[in-house]
Design a protein around this ligand. Structure first.
Ligand code: AMP
Length: 430
């Protein structure tokens, strides 16, 4: 049985092994939690003057999360297959799109596709409340391609919070529009502006971008949005969290009023709802939000006293039996860089992604994880957003997430596709 008391990872003889350095060969996890409301992981920091700017900003943004929220035993429920109301044939999609859907191996629509596609095909504005991993990409990509095939003067734009997510969306656009003669352009930071300008001149029918770079192209007049018939805001809640609202507002102000808008968000609270109202016309809201991601993840904490003990406990966890592909989260670019180097020096197959890496480097690191060339990816929150690797066994919060929502997003990288995942959060003991 997996409990907070006994879930410590067991050190195995697997390489890279570690000779015990005082803290024992197995991380002591769980234990009694103090209820004094103090945050574990960051209460002892370097003196202020020694903190890098990025680090102090990361720490300032932290909200207190009671440690008990990091402990949970996965609920093993019998998986009931969703019975969709529609088949893909029922959506009246163009035959070429349908052929591409079948080629991709989709047999039945996922719940968000089942509910959203009919509304989107009718031309309605839709708000889809859905987590990542629910199939929301095809829910908007399929109706877009259908519209573009049948209206040669139409163009679509899809905005997403991160480069990785934008890139994945472009890949799906390409797969589902095969043989339909539809070009795409990807407008993301960290990639060549000139290549993007060239792509924009080739009459792309679908523009996929992150808000910052898309606005740059708009301001430089490389981009004209007067033909946009459908606009999608994916992970809208996340884009608001990341401070993209001004960029989004200026991008939307360049589009025709007579357009269709589709929004996808994990929540529909406060600011999200207020902003969606500004950009939409009488939208229909559909919700398929599932908490299964959290329920299917065993969650536990690992206590440590000082830095040496912390890295040793991480090492023990990484050599424990049953660990597969792992994402380790840390606060800042520097912390991620440092931790990744330490792990490589200790013999682990690790790579890292953070905001200082070029897009090509970030994509390469994710591909290495997908291809099992490495089994550890160290990441900042933002860089890890949208990573779709189905067989992550462990998520390790080497630093605490800023908010509980961030925590849920982080651990949602594991426990996917019917698997049980494991999430560990490091907390500093007083
Ligand atoms: P998304 O939420 O769009 O990132 O999709 C999550 C994963 O589910 C991706 O790997 C998709 O390829 C896959 N997927 C989406 N829709 C379906 C479907 N109807 N049938 C099978 N797999 C799907």
């Amino acid at each position: 049985m997996y409990t907070a008391q006994n879930s410590g990872a067991r050190a195995s003889t697997r390489s890279p092994s570690r000779s015990s350095s005082g803290s024992g060969s197995r991380p002591s996890t769980g234990g009694r939690l103090s209820s004094d409301g103090r945050r574990g992981g960051n209460s002892r920091q370097q003196p202020r003057g020694q903190q890098s700017r990025g680090q102090s900003r990361a720490l300032r943004n932290k909200k207190f999360i009671h440690p008990s929220k990091f402990i949970r035993v996965a609920t093993v429920t019998e998986k009931v297959d969703y019975v969709s109301e529609n088949s893909f044939e029922d959506f009246s999609l163009n035959a070429k799109i349908l052929a591409n859907v079948i080629k991709k191996g989709y047999t039945n629509p996922s719940p968000i596709q089942d509910k959203t596609i009919p509304l989107a095909m009718e031309g309605k504005d839709v708000v889809g409340i859905a987590n990542t991993g629910t199939g929301k990409t095809a829910a908007f990509v399929l109706p877009i391609i259908h519209d573009l095939i049948h209206n040669m003067d139409h163009q679509a734009i899809i905005l997403a919070p991160t480069r990785e997510l934008a890139q994945q969306i472009q890949e799906e656009c390409i797969v589902f529009s095969r043989d339909c003669g539809i070009r795409t352009a990807l407008l993301i930071g960290g990639a060549s502006m000139n290549i993007q300008i060239r792509d924009l001149r080739r009459n792309p029918r679908i523009i996929i971008g992150t808000p910052g770079r898309t606005k740059d192209h708009l301001q430089q007049r490389n981009l004209n949005l007067s033909k946009i018939s459908i606009a999608v805001l994916d992970e809208f809640d996340r884009m608001l969290d990341m401070g993209f609202i001004r960029d989004i507002t200026s991008i939307f102000s360049g589009m025709p009023r007579d357009r269709q808008s589709l929004f996808f968000s994990a929540t529909m609270e406060g600011e999200v709802e207020k902003q969606i109202r500004k950009f939409s016309r009488d939208p229909v809201t559909v919700s398929v939000r599932e908490s299964v991601t959290v329920d299917s993840v065993n969650q536990d904490v690992i206590f440590y006293r000082e830095r040496d003990e912390k890295i040793d406990k991480l090492h023990d966890l990484l050599i424990s039996s049953g660990r597969g592909k792992t994402i380790i989260f840390d606060d800042t670019k520097h912390a991620v860089e440092r931790l990744s180097r330490t792990l490589v020096a200790r013999g682990f197959k690790a790579d890292r992604i953070h905001g200082n890496k070029s897009q090509a480097q970030r994509s390469r690191a994710i591909k290495r994880l997908k291809d099992s060339d490495i089994d550890i990816l160290v990441a900042t929150d933002v860089a890890a957003r949208g990573i779709d690797v189905s067989d992550i066994s462990h998520v390790i919060n080497y630093s605490q997430p800023n908010t509980y929502e961030d925590y849920v997003h982080r651990i949602g990288r594991t426990g996917r596709a019917g698997n049980t995942g494991n999430a560990f959060t490091f907390l500093q003991k007083e």
